[in-house]
Design a protein around this ligand. Sequence first.
Ligand SMILES: Cc1cc2nc3c(=O)[nH]c(=O)nc-3n(C[C@H](O)[C@H](O)[C@H](O)COP(=O)(O)O)c2cc1C
Ligand code: SF4
Length: 621
Amino acid sequence: MTDVKQTLLLILERHRRDASRLVQILWDIQDSEHWISPEAIAVVAETLQLPPAKVTAVASFYSFFHLQPHGRYRLLFSDNITDRMLGNQALLNRLCSNLWLEAGKVSEDGLVSVGYTSCTGLCDQGPALLVNNLAIPRLSEARIDMISELIRNATPLEHWPEGLFAIEHNIQRRDALLSCDMAPGDGLRAALARCQGDGTLASNTRSWREGLPTDLAGPIAVLDEIKRARLRGRGGAGFTTGLKWEACRNAPLAPGKQRIVVCNADEGEPGTFKDRVLLSAYADMVFEGMTVAAYAVGARQGFLYLRGEYRYLLSALENTLMKRRAAGLLGRNIAGQKGFDFDIDIHLGAGAYVCGEESALIESLEGKRGTPRNRPPFPVTNGYLDQPTIVNNVETFAAAALIALKGGDWYGELGTHASAGTKILSVSGDCERPGLYEYPFGVSVAQVLADCGAQDTQAVQISGASGICVAADEFERCIGFEDLPTAGAFMVFDHSRDMFEVARNFTHFFAHESCGFCTPCRVGTSLLKNLMDKLAQGRGSPYDFAEIEKLNHVLQSNSHCGLGHSACNPVLDTIAKFRGSYEQRLLHADFVPAFDLDKALAGARQITQRDDDAAHLGDES
Ligand SMILES: Cc1cc2nc3c(=O)[nH]c(=O)nc-3n(C[C@H](O)[C@H](O)[C@H](O)COP(=O)(O)O)c2cc1C
Ligand code: SF4
């Protein structure tokens, strides 16, 4: 047996030859062999009894896996619009010219490769890059020259100056959540004390639960607390957390199955980085929230799905989990409660934005390509390995821990009627003090702009590429589910910025991140990107606006998941609010097409009974 095969078999053994751990197995193989070779695919397929094509299909889905050898140093420049604004392209070119490299290719000596990746969640301290999955923020010409020198000398990464990798939390404003310095276990103990730890109800929760079996009384009291807090998910969609947990708790459990708690730490939305800070500085609180959830829904297994871009947080997170196990806050009989058993595993994503969508995330957790599932059934009844599963955002779990500590009524008093509690915003772009800002819901855009030192602001992109672009006459609008819902991104653009270029960057993002499963999104996002590129080259006409409207209609009505649904949002918003930046690029402002292709094909569509918009793109979804 070759040494390589032996290594591969050891890795597979370590993962108990469990096919549902395929993504983690591929990570370990790549770490060990520097790429995923045909030999590795064959050994994995044979051992896990999967077709080799399936293993290849999974490996090729994730942008951080390499099916070809790549450089010993692999540098990926973050390519969010905020990185662009801070000059990432010039810095990439400088690195390439320092090292005589061509972007997108491995150097001839096999030492280094350089390319772009989607937003790495460091917009408050960009431009940034990842080198072999470690993040380097605040790139400058001096830093690029230093990195070039380190690579030229083949200095091992562990000997690179530590300061290069220093990442700040940048917390600029704390409110109820970020100012809470609860010790590990405080939230859990407070929640358990409300039902007096042994299942006997405290007097204030006694009334309507009188007569419940004791093993149900505690969890239902905790669920009730979350409901009274009126907590809604912080990952974007704003679903009521108490209802989600209750649906999971009430889902029938087949023999041998269990309930699952998943923390969504995929944080791929461009401009969002609050989960990075929560996982760095408040990891205990996040795990505490997951444990509270496990108690409420009756789960024994939890997963933290950590985006590959945050791999540098992995060892600290594992450490926190170990400490919690040692303190009796994970494992068997948690906090002294007989039968309260729960533990958390960390799964590492591998560079796929769509895996933030909860059903795609579950597919990835099961070792598959991150393709969103058909829904219903929903994860609360048929989630991870067909078991009832709750998926919540990092901030939602942190808020759940706070609610466990302080009570649902206290929390429900914060914020507005429709949006209880606080929201953490990831502020970046044209302002003096980028970073994290926590406010009670209801804060106005103008207030946030004043606090972060933004001047001469032209627009704010709220909730990332898939969110809403707010122009200056809307700055009195408020952050909240009733007005401006957000997963957290708050990107500021002053009047020196070209809003067309902002939207164009987002169309490139969507075209790159479309998982390709359904034709309307796979083709539509590319067509949209091409249209924007054509406009950028000055070859557009007003006819293209109508094309964009049509594409939006097709994407909205025929896409399989939220990525496709929202892909046109930034373009439509900026056309509506900053039309001038589009019109100045038009070559033929008065162009009217002489030939209407749609009209010409109308008869054919009628005969083939494909008289719908999806027919234009050959929808297969
Ligand atoms: C394309 C796409 C990407 C998403 N990315 C994330 C993400 O990175 N983090 C997240 O919490 N939710 C993300 N979501 C939303 C999740 O599907 C899900 O609604 C969320 O994790 C539920 O948690 P919450 O109720 O606590 O918000 C994404 C949704 C879509 C359609
Ligand atoms: S809409 Fe796009 S991202 Fe979503 S499933 Fe279809 S191709 Fe994939």
